[in-house]
Design a protein around this ligand. Structure first.
Ligand code: NAX
Length: 336
């Protein structure tokens, strides 16, 4: 355990699946200050399942060996009542991967049970203002299950991650236009974190203008860009031999940082509880464009103009989420 004397109370962050690939890329960024800033101490609650505890010990040893000045405490546990105790943020990264022969319904069921347990434990042990970001797939439905199981915690405190998809989409557009990626903004990914997601190129900007006024090849957007973003995770697996880890961890850092600070300028893609905005079905956790106000509250950005094409793509992705909810909630005996 490291000690750091500071007047600022540490932010306590739980990470499940802490010994996994994303965990390994994520913890060192949190510990270095990338998530909450260079003056904010952090306490890390690292959560694994029993078979992962030995590897977790090694990860914690490496964290110790970095002597990060911001880290006040490292907890290693497979007990959710310890892992979620008094946490400010719960980053739910660990989940059971789809194995050969497993149907999608099996995956929803196996993970559903895990997220019921985690939601209940967060409800019982975390701080009442805890914020929960689900990364483990299927992340939108897992987040919905955790939210439904954490009956005392406001729904607005649950999120799932589409920032990796947004970042991937921005880079595709920047490379096509031949501009630095920082020039691309206002690019919201809508819907489910799955190949059905819709990266809204029609409202994206390059500099101050519309991306579609810079990249005039309209067919490229629909026929190349949208499927490339949707299939990017698969392409990384094919090239690297394992799934996106550092880029996923980076997107976790981006998401938490941007949910923790008032938004200046750009919008962010985050899966949040829908209240029916833009015709999305109320009550699902779906990706929407959001901004955070000065009081730290997120709001869905109003007034985004969606074409018929965009509306159809978003509706198809949200239909998939309704289907996932129906299968998972049916199996788990949860009601909407
Ligand atoms: P790994 O298989 O490398 O690591 C997962 C870790 O979670 C393992 O150490 C395992 O022991 C642990 N674990 C499993 N069940 C657990 C439980 N109930 N409680 C605590 N720990 C548990 O996977 P990794 O590459 O780290 O990916 C983790 C998850 O992120 C996967 O579900 C993956 O599909 C998902 N992803 C989500 C992304 C997103 O944008 N939302 C992108 C990247 C990634 O595909």
């Amino acid at each position: 355990m490291n000690t750091f004397s500071s007047k600022k109370a540490p932010i306590r962050v739980a990470v499940t699946g802490a010994a996994g690939n994303i965990g390994y890329a994520l913890l060192f960024r949190i510990a270095s200050g990338a998530m909450f800033g260079p003056n904010q101490p952090v306490a890390l609650n690292l959560i694994e399942i029993p078979p992962g505890m030995k590897a977790l010990e090694g990860v914690a040893m490496e964290l110790d060996d970095c002597a990060f000045p911001l880290v006040t405490e490292i907890v290693q546990t497979d007990d959710l009542s310890v892992g979620f105790k008094d946490v400010d943020w719960a980053l739910l990264v660990g989940s059971v991967p789809r194995r050969q022969g497993m149907e999608r319904a099996d995956l929803l069921s196996v993970n559903g049970k895990v997220f019921v347990g985690q939601g209940k434990a967060i409800n019982d042990f975390a701080k009442p203002n805890v914020r929960v970001l689900v990364v483990g797939n299927p992340c939108n439905t897992n987040a919905l299950i955790a939210m439904t199981s954490a009956t005392n915690i406001p729904n607005e405190q649950f999120f799932a991650m589409t920032r990796l998809d947004e970042n991937r989409a921005k880079t595709q557009i920047a490379q096509k236009a031949g501009v630095p990626v920082r020039e691309v903004s206002e690019l919201c990914v809508w819907g489910n974190h799955s190949p059905t997601m819709y990266p809204d190129f029609e409202n994206a900007k390059i500099g101050r203008g519309k991306a579609t006024d810079v990249i005039l090849d309209q067919a490229w957007f629909r026929d190349t860009f949208v499927p490339t973003v949707g299939q990017r995770g698969k392409a990384v697996i094919e090239a690297r031999g394992s799934s996106s880890a550092a880029s996923a961890a980076n997107a976790v850092v981006d998401t938490v940082r941007d949910l923790s600070t008032p938004t200046r300028g750009d919008i962010h893609s985050v899966c949040v509880i829908s209240r029916g905005e833009y015709g999305t079905p109320a009550g699902i956790i779906t990706s929407l464009p959001i901004r955070v106000d000065g009081a730290g509250k997120w709001r869905v950005v109003e007034g985004v103009k969606l074409s018929e094409y965009a509306k159809q793509k978003i509706a198809a992705s949200n239909a998939e989420l309704l289907e996932e909810r129906s299968v998972a909630f049916g199996q788990l005996g949860l009601s909407v």
